[in-house]
Design a protein around this ligand. Structure first.
Ligand code: ZN
Length: 734
């Protein structure tokens, strides 16, 4: 290293090489975490008469609380202090035996909104699926009936890219798309923020167009892991933080319920959880693998507030219904409560009559499933049925429980009364549930390309039959290992995480999620080739998850093997339901290959189906910047910031635009903002640090440059790392 500062040309701004913001790819970590992802009921006496009746055009507030066990709430005899929800239960009807049909967020919410079972609406897991355009949902039906519609979402699994945004006038999913690459954390925002947005919208509605009824959906994510309740709940629930999250969520929702309670217009309020949380039940840590009552049973509270009920005293005790209630019943209930006819082919039924005890009909069986084990672990698919208090779980090792006597599902009765087993199995088969296909088999073009690229030979291995060795009960300890690995990585023990994943893969060589995580860690550690080889090996082993292909395509692009990436990704872009992540990856590959027009078309396509996503806008901004169209680039980045004010990449891009315009102050300010939003945004760190250094502000530059050295992966930033080291060395010597 020469002592002269000849590579710090100062005024020669033209020669400055700037790192563009990274091409935006959808959150790898978010998708990964999405994939990670019992109480006895009392016999109830009727209490006060329920006060639910149809009111034409009343407003509707649907609140879904993520990861909420029924038995967490005070009203359900639970451990968390939940005065707001308990009061709501006293004002309305609490269903004590309510169930979801899926145990992960996206499929479960799709059932709530469409009134359909997962095999009908088609969403079987948190990623890799998208609700078909033109689907019928609560929003499409109510919007067509004249309702203004708005949704306020708490976390990534309900991002507009998954298609639940259809017919919402406003679908506010701005929880940011950036995240730290050192932890598998999902972008989310706290309930207080989500509730605040919803309250503001409702107040403005009342002012602007009081005549038009509204349908508002509020989704809060806080009880989902990791459990980090705010004060004072963190102290009060120090030994059971999950319940602290539930209590904090209740407090966050209280002002929303107060608002509608005091409003002039009647409001139908429906509150439920999308699924519960295992908390160790049957060896499961969180949710998604099994369908025991700890994750399948949910709270369901229905109440009518506001309007003429405004000043009515709160009953000391609300109606409690033991009628089996299902998520698919929520849509017919809402339609019934506002006097709209329910489409005849909906499998659910209104609960208004059940709540009012106007009639007693025989309980109908309900279907449930857990497909994450099959879809991202290669395990046996789980389907099951609940008929009255009998529960049958169809797995290679079948299970049957009598929930009336054994609410914690301790005693597996399968095989003890074969006639009862057969009845329940017949009820399950009566649903004619279709399993999600092997995803690759559904995409012959992708399979053909993998064959041509030599990734697979002949037809990809395909599992036709699952044995007891594939039963999640036998494999749940692997899931614990994945959790341990995630924690190890989050705590900076990447080596430990790698060893755990290698152990998991040697035991289950078809476990997609382990390959995904491991490749991601290798990549972050700068081990680009091992990451690529690992994913190629996964495909050879028969892992057919398109997310693996998408990831591999991204890594190939980053390491310069663009042609191969394009061949791999193009088949995934076929069809209207193509995954946004796959499209983005393909667009980036085109851009890297100089095919800017193809890239632009792909990004535009993502914008047209995901107008609320900032990533494709940022990528369009980068394309414009590449061809020197600063005006257009600025417009795209500004649009991206409007769509997601917390996008680090959008701010980083705005910084690059400002630099092109010669406005170094604004440029640095934007990059600093980008770093503030995502402390691991290596490009923003590099740009802020090097521009400050060139302008002689070494003290200000130093933290950015030092942080860059710590966080930028060598696989992508090798040359920049050496340059930054040199700058810091010279600075030290002076
Ligand atoms: Zn959820």
């Amino acid at each position: 290293m020469g002592g002269q500062r000849k590579d710090l040309p100062g005024g020669a701004a033209k020669r400055e090489r700037r790192r563009r913001p990274r091409w935006g790819r959808a959150g790898v970590a978010a998708v990964l975490v999405a994939a990670l992802a019992a109480a006895a009921f009392a016999m109830l006496r009727p209490a006060v008469q329920a006060d639910l009746r149809p009111i034409a055009h009343q407003n509707i507030l649907l609140v879904t609380i993520d990861t909420l066990r029924a038995d967490a709430l005070g009203a359900y005899g639970g451990r968390a202090r939940t005065p707001a929800l308990d009061r709501l239960a006293n004002e309305g009807v609490r269903f004590d035996f309510a169930h979801a049909h899926a145990v992960v967020t996206l499929p479960s919410h799709a059932s709530i909104l469409t009134g359909q079972y997962p095999f009908q609406h088609g969403l079987r897991d948190n990623s890799g699926f998208r609700l078909r355009p033109g689907s019928r949902t609560a929003a499409t039906l109510l919007h067509a009936a004249g309702y203004a519609t708005a949704a306020f979402l708490g976390a990534f699994p309900l991002h507009s890219r998954f298609g639940l945004n259809q017919s919402f006038d406003l679908y506010d999913d701005h929880f940011g798309e950036t995240r730290a690459p050192t932890e598998f954390a999902m972008p989310e925002r706290p309930a207080t923020e989500v509730v605040g947005l919803a309250r503001r919208w409702i107040v403005n509605r009342a002012r602007q167009s009081a005549d038009r009824p509204w349908f508002v959906w509020v989704h809060v994510f806080d009880p989902h892991a990791p459990y980090k309740p705010p004060a004072p709940y963190n102290a009060e629930y120090a030994s059971q933080l999950y319940y602290g999250e539930v209590a904090a969520t209740d407090a966050a929702l209280a002002p929303l319920f107060d608002d509608v309670r005091e409003g002039n217009r009647p409001v139908l309020v429906v509150v439920t959880g999308d699924h519960g949380e295992a908390l160790g039940d049957h060896g499961e840590i969180s949710h998604g693998l099994f369908a025991y009552e700890s994750t399948l049973r949910v709270p369901l509270i229905v109440a009518e507030l506001g309007g003429e009920r405004r000043d009515r005293p709160v009953p000391a005790r609300g109606e409690v219904s033991a009628v089996p209630a299902r998520h698919i019943d929520i849509l017919p209930t809402i339609l019934d409560a506002v006097g709209l006819p329910a489409p005849a082919d909906l499998p659910g039924r209104s609960l208004v009559a059940a709540a009012e005890r106007r009639k007693r009909s025989a309980p109908r069986p309900t279907y449930f499933e857990a497909m994450s084990g099959m879809l991202n672990r290669g395990w046996a698919p789980l389907t099951g049925v609940l008929a009255d208090r009998g529960k049958y779980i169809d797995l290679p090792i079948p299970e049957r429980y009598d929930l009336a006597r054994d609410g914690e599902e301790r005693s597996n009765l399968a095989g003890r009364a074969p006639q009862r087993d057969r009845e329940l199995l017949a009820a399950l088969q009566g649903f004619r549930p279709v399993l999600p296909g092997q995803r690759l088999a559904e995409n012959p073009a992708a399979a053909a390309e993998l064959l041509a690229l030599g990734y697979i030979s002949g037809d990809a291995p395909r599992r036709a039959h699952y044995t007891e060795a594939d039963d999640p009960k036998r494999l749940v300890d692997l899931d614990r290992a994945v959790h341990d690995a995630v924690n190890a990585f989050g705590e900076g023990r990447a080596g430990d995480a790698v060893r755990i994943y290698q152990g998991v893969i040697s035991r289950r060589p078809d476990m997609a999620i382990a390959y995904q995580h491991l490749a991601f860690i290798e990549w972050q550690r700068g081990e680009a080739d091992p990451a690529v080889e690992l994913l190629r090996g996964a495909i050879r082993t028969g892992v057919t998850d398109p997310r693996i292909l998408t990831e591999l395509g991204g890594y190939l692009t980053e390491t310069g093997r663009v042609e191969e990436a394009i061949r791999l990704l193009e088949p995934l872009a076929i069809g209207a339901a193509a995954d946004a992540d796959a499209l983005n990856s393909l667009g980036i590959a085109y851009a890297r290959n100089g095919r800017r027009e193809d890239a632009r078309r792909i990004f535009q396509r993502v914008v047209s189906v995901n107008p609320d996503s900032s990533i494709p806008l940022e990528n369009l901004g980068l394309l414009a910047l590449e061809r020197g169209d600063v005006e257009r680039a600025q417009a795209y980045f500004e649009h991206a910031i409007r769509v997601d004010p917390r996008s680090s990449r959008a701010h980083a891009g705005a910084g690059n635009v400002a630099l092109r315009r010669g406005d170094r102050r604004t440029a640095v300010a934007e990059w600093m903002r980008a770093v503030q939003l995502d402390p691991l945004n290596a490009d923003a760190l590099y740009n802020a640090g090097t521009v400050l250094a060139r302008d002689g502000n070494l003290d200000e530059a130093r933290p950015y440059l030092e942080r860059f050295l710590r966080v930028a992966p060598a696989s992508v930033y090798g040359k920049d790392l050496r340059e930054v080291e040199a700058i810091l060395n010279r600075a030290t010597r002076r």
